[in-house]
Ligand binder design. Structure first.
Ligand code: SF4
Length: 474
């Protein structure tokens, strides 16, 4: 493997790399006596850099692992069945820290964050391992030759790749990194290795839409059989981002010189107008109709925001082909609406008459939510109500529910004289820490309101929670 010459930028390097966080009962890990807090140093003599490498190296029938427990170093020689799960999770999945990005995207949302948010949000990660493990999108611009060889050898995938544009010069400008030009070569390398990948385009009006978007979709569709899907999401601009835009553009001035239009000095970042959003829907719909007969699926999918901001209906479920990019929010409105229809059509429920609560949501989905709640109240006799909350932290242009903070939810219902539960979208809260973006925990919010706060994925969760005994709130 090629020796890496430049030190890699990393963050969050764990104090005890390889520390076991949990051991599942009934698995090989428990059988051989691994314990929470053990530190796994090596497998078959090879030092580990992350949990993926453990999975890869410890997948054989004869495995030797070296474990540090307290002041002791223990060596286990294990014979295992090839199917036997180890059943261990690591406290930090990457033992050498998180690989940081080397880019300066003019729309970078992390640079638009105000102060006081959850600390982990400020980490500008671009780590291919997190792409496979958690679905993060990566640009591939910081990969070393050693990384590539490892990806190929260990077949690390599927990968989620932020493409934005396939025109090399435009991608350089959009990613703010001269290394971003060879995206098609990078994708070809994934193809040769047989690694599946999803792609994403952050669409910036007047920059990478129109003909550039046609080119990008065409290039990606033709890149090979391992390209699974293209998600197109609108650029997100907080008020902080807009205030700092001139600074952000200066950051990537070197890359501006390479733009197709040589006179172009800045990339203006702004939101789509309704008319532009409608044009994007029309353009993508044409592609979908063309691609579906050829590929048996739409291949390219639009972020829900395009439909919601224009008032157009979100596509039917079958048009999402199994929702390949639901982690990127693509199609969650359709899943929500289908759940509402199913609930109203079929569910035999306990008597819900008179039971109620407050559903807090972002302004983008407020009309849809209001209509939904009216249907539910009519069907079940519930007294649910909707509170639409403007995003005072990021500015009104950021209108999705998932970016509301605990503080905003608290303020939105502060005037209510009610002891009924407050329902929030589960996308507002980190699954790992149970905290909002502003680091407020769900428990703290519940305590400050004196009401139960319940994260819900859909309307079924809300109705189920109404008949559950309430959790006590201190
Ligand atoms: S890749 Fe771009 S958007 Fe992502 S963290 Fe880096 S600069 Fe920000």
């Amino acid at each position: 493997m090629t020796v890496q010459t430049k030190p890699r930028r990393v963050a969050e390097t764990p104090e005890r790399p390889g520390r076991v966080e949990s051991v599942e009962p009934g698995t090989l890990g428990e059988e051989i006596g691994l314990e929470q807090g053990d530190q796994i140093h090596s497998v078959n003599g090879q030092q580990l850099v992350d949990a993926l490498e453990f999975q890869y190296l410890a997948d054989g029938e004869q495995v030797t692992i070296v474990v540090e427990r307290g002041n002791e170093m223990l060596e286990y020689e294990i014979e295992r069945e090839i199917w036997e799960p180890w059943g261990i999770t690591f406290a930090d999945p990457t033992f050498d820290g998180i690989h940081l990005c080397e880019n300066a995207c003019p729309f970078c949302f992390i640079k638009q964050l105000p102060k006081g948010m959850r600390k982990s949000l400020y980490v500008m990660d671009d780590d291919y391992r997190y792409s496979m493990m958690y679905g993060n999108f990566v640009t591939l611009t910081n990969l070393t030759e050693a990384d590539w060889q490892r990806i190929e050898e260990q077949r690390i995938g599927p990968m989620n790749v932020s493409v934005h544009a396939t025109d090399p010069d435009l991608r350089v400008a959009l990613v703010g990194n001269p290394k971003a030009a060879n995206i098609m070569e990078h994708l070809a390398r994934l193809e040769r290795a047989g690694i599946e990948y999803n792609t994403q385009v952050v669409l910036c009006p007047g920059v990478n839409d129109g003909e550039q978007l046609d080119r990008t979709i065409g290039d990606l569709v033709n890149s090979g059989p391992y390209m699974r899907s293209i998600a197109i999401v609108p650029v997100g601009l907080s008020q902080h981002g807009l205030e700092r835009q001139s600074k952000r553009v200066r950051l990537s001035r070197t890359c501006m010189r390479s733009l197709p239009n040589a006179d172009q000095k800045i990339l203006e970042m702004r939101r789509h107008t309704d008319e532009e959003a409608r044009e994007v829907i029309r353009q993508v719909s044409e592609w979908q109709q063309k691609l579906r007969p050829e590929h048996g699926r739409s291949v390219v999918y639009l972020g829900d925001e395009f439909y919601l901001m224009t008032g157009e209906s979100v596509p039917q479920s079958r048009e999402y082909d199994g929702f390949p990019q639901v982690e990127d929010g693509i199609g969650i409105t359709r899943l929500f609406l289908d759940d509402v229809d199913r609930t109203i059509r079929r569910k035999q429920r306990r008597d819900l008459t008179g039971l109620g609560g407050t559903l807090v949501c972002g302004t983008l989905i407020a009309d849809t939510m209001q209509h939904t709640v009216e249907r539910i109240n009519q069907k079940f006799g519930t007294t649910l109500r909707v509170v639409s909350a403007e995003n005072t932290m990021f500015g009104p242009q950021i209108n999705v529910s998932g970016l509301l903070t605990g503080g905003i939810v608290r303020d939105a219902v502060a005037d209510e004289d009610s002891s009924e539960p407050v329902f929030i979208s589960d996308t507002m809260v980190s699954r790992r820490t149970n905290t909002f973006l502003d680091d407020m925990s769900v428990t703290d919010l519940a305590e400050s309101l004196g009401r139960e706060v319940i994260p819900a994925e859909n309307i079924s969760d809300v109705l189920d929670a109404l008949v559950r005994p309430a959790a006590s709130v201190a």
